[in-house]
Design a protein around this ligand. Structure first.
Ligand SMILES: [Fe+2]
Length: 203
């Protein structure tokens, strides 16, 4: 078993549903409307709903469509975090959190790739899907439980503004032209201009 497999194989999240709900409520309280943290939390909730949609699909075609939607969201969201949010963790002295975050998201990408080769209506497929869902749920809990709330407190306001712009920009670059292109961008973020170039954020 590779290191990546081991990361994902530890599927049963050690935290309870209540702890996850508590972490999310705290993260929501720390977020401001339209800022990077609120966008991240919105995406986490959309990803959770997308996992449910894949599992509850009743035929191969609709499960395939739901899987495609889940993969689009997961990859777009993770790319934006990896390009923008995790470097900010390093900037604030949290190299350990950053390294763990990159490793966990890479593992999820590996497993999502392998999922594509399984019969969508098989038990193997459902088992792997559940493994990925559990690993992603734990990763999300780590982000919401303290990593991102700490980051929100530590970063200077100008850096927060840049993070919001760049997170949205990276997510849009990946999902542009897809149904996610219709993603509702909170007004504060959609009005935002690039703090470096002055260009308006594209959605
Ligand atoms: Fe995330």
């Amino acid at each position: 078993m590779s290191l990546m497999d081991k990361v994902v194989a530890a599927v049963t999240p050690p935290e309870s549903e209540e702890q996850r709900a508590e972490a999310r409520a705290k993260a929501r309280a720390a977020a401001m409307e339209g800022d990077w943290l609120s966008l991240v939390l919105d995406h986490h909730q959309q990803i959770e709903a997308a996992f449910v949609a894949v599992k509850s699909a009743t035929d191969a075609a609709s499960r395939g469509d739901a899987q495609e939607h889940l993969a689009l969201l997961l990859t777009g969201h993770s790319i934006a975090e990896e390009a923008v949010i995790y470097p900010a963790l390093v900037k604030t002295g949290e190299e350990g959190h950053s390294t763990k975050a990159y490793t966990e998201q890479s593992a999820a990408k590996v497993q999502m790739g392998l999922l594509e080769d399984l019969d969508p209506m098989s038990q193997d497929y459902l088992d792997k899907l559940e493994h990925i869902r559990g690993a992603v749920a734990h990763h999300v809990y780590e982000e919401e439980g303290n990593w991102f709330v700490d980051l929100k407190q530590k970063l200077a306001p100008a850096d927060q503004t840049k993070l919001t712009f760049r997170y949205q920009q990276e997510f849009s670059r990946y999902t542009r032209g897809s149904e996610e292109d219709e993603f509702e961008v909170p007004s504060a973020a959609s009005r935002m201009h690039d703090p470096l170039t002055g260009a308006k954020a594209k959605n």
